[in-house]
Design a protein around this ligand. Structure first.
Ligand code: SF4
Length: 383
């Protein structure tokens, strides 16, 4: 999420009767129930069932907001329609209580006008745009802890059609393509059963000859995406890591086996795919563990699949460290500043990254091992 997922991952007038609002089959495949899952390989992520769901007044009036309402009805998820656009205060008596309440809350809101001014997101893509902000998983290193202020409520955007159309303003004229990243502030697949936003977005990019979509996930339920008309314009990436990391630090996500299976299924559906190996950590025995991930990935994607790698080492800021320690006081994550190097940004802020020698060793190892299996040209960047 850099701002990548792993460094971490925009009104109609009167509301229509949503029971009568038809859902386009092309954007809203049948909604699975919370227990019905096509993929049972490995330990799939549990589909998120938020305890509290709010619709702001403005989001309720949006076409996509109504699609979401229809899905929630089908899933039997209760929601509250707010008369205004302000969400209720979710503050608990302790930081931990606020965290738990917020992580159980989904809000359907409209992206503000400022969200229509896109910003670049090197090295991942030309531009970042957002389908949502927040995520129901509990990764103990999550970059969102330092980058999204306030209580970690998951906000999904009702004005999706406006958000997609706004992307047109950023497509470079000429012969090349312009790339758009959708996972800087969320894991879109973790919300897909509730929103359908990712499916709609993939199909929208499928109609854009000069634009490509990139998104990434730690979830595994790719079933709704397999039959979409993506026209090769979407690169679907799965975030993988060594078992040592996924087991200890990635609560609420799919296990490694289920994620690799999702990757295999995406390849089978003709998607370009990617592996975001992040956050890479040099824990004792890291070489053997990462070899296992690479071998299993190679076996899953086979020949003929267009695959890329993005390699992101673990880093944290003083701000994200504090938030993460408040949220996960018993974490096994190494957040000590000794043995780290400060890396400054152009605004004078800094993050803690591994020492140069350590980074050099990790980089050399990754290029050699990935190169031997997939070819070095598949590596987009190491950071
Ligand atoms: S899956 Fe969610 S909690 Fe985990 S790193 Fe990604 S955005 Fe953060």
């Amino acid at each position: 999420m850099n701002q990548l997922h792993d460094a971490p991952h925009v009104s109609a007038q009167l509301p229509l009767d949503h029971a009568e609002e038809p859902i386009s089959q092309s954007v809203a495949p049948p909604v699975a129930t919370f227990t019905q899952r096509a993929n049972t390989i490995g330990r799939p992520a549990k589909l998120w069932k938020p305890k509290h769901v709010y619709f702001t007044a403005a989001a309720w009036e949006e076409e996509h907001g109504r699609r979401i309402a229809e899905r929630l009805d089908q899933l039997g998820v209760n929601y509250e329609r707010l008369s205004k656009n302000r969400l209720p205060r979710l503050k608990g008596n302790t930081v931990r209580e606020t965290y738990q309440k917020s992580k159980n809350t989904l809000a359907i809101v409209n992206a503000p006008p400022s969200a229509m001014r896109l910003t670049p997101i090197p090295p991942s893509a030309d531009w970042q745009f957002h389908l949502a902000k927040g995520c129901p998983a509990h990764c103990q290193y999550c970059y969102l802890a330092g980058s999204l202020p306030g209580a970690p409520i998951t906000r999904v955007y009702g004005n999706l059609e406006q958000i997609l159309e706004n992307n047109v303003n950023y497509i470079q004229p000429g012969e090349g393509t312009t790339s758009f990243e959708a996972s800087c502030y969320t894991d879109p697949l973790g919300l897909e059963h509730l929103t359908g936003s990712l499916s709609r977005t993939i199909e929208w990019f499928g109609t854009q000859p000069q634009a490509t979509l990139r998104w990434v996930t730690k979830y595994d339920d790719v079933t709704p995406l397999l039959g979409l008309t993506h026209n090769g314009h979407t690169r679907s990436r799965i975030s993988l890591n060594a078992e040592w990391v996924t087991r200890r630090l990635e609560g609420g996500t799919a296990d490694l086996t289920a994620r690799i299976e999702a990757l295999r299924r995406l390849c089978g559906a003709g998607y370009k795919v990617g592996i975001v190996l992040a956050p890479i950590m040099p824990f004792p025995g890291w070489q053997e563990s990462y070899v296992e991930v690479l071998d299993r990935t190679q076996e899953a994607v086979g020949e003929g699949c267009d695959v890329t790698f993005e390699l992101i080492t673990h880093r944290f800021t003083p701000g994200s460290k504090q938030v993460l320690l408040d949220w996960y006081p018993n974490t096994k994550l190494d957040l000590s500043e000794e043995g780290r190097r400060k890396k400054f940004n152009k605004f004078g802020g800094h993050k803690f990254v591994y020492q140069k020698e350590q980074l050099g060793e990790l980089k050399e190892w990754m290029y050699r091992e990935i190169g031997a299996r997939f070819g070095e040209e598949t590596i987009l960047y190491f950071t």
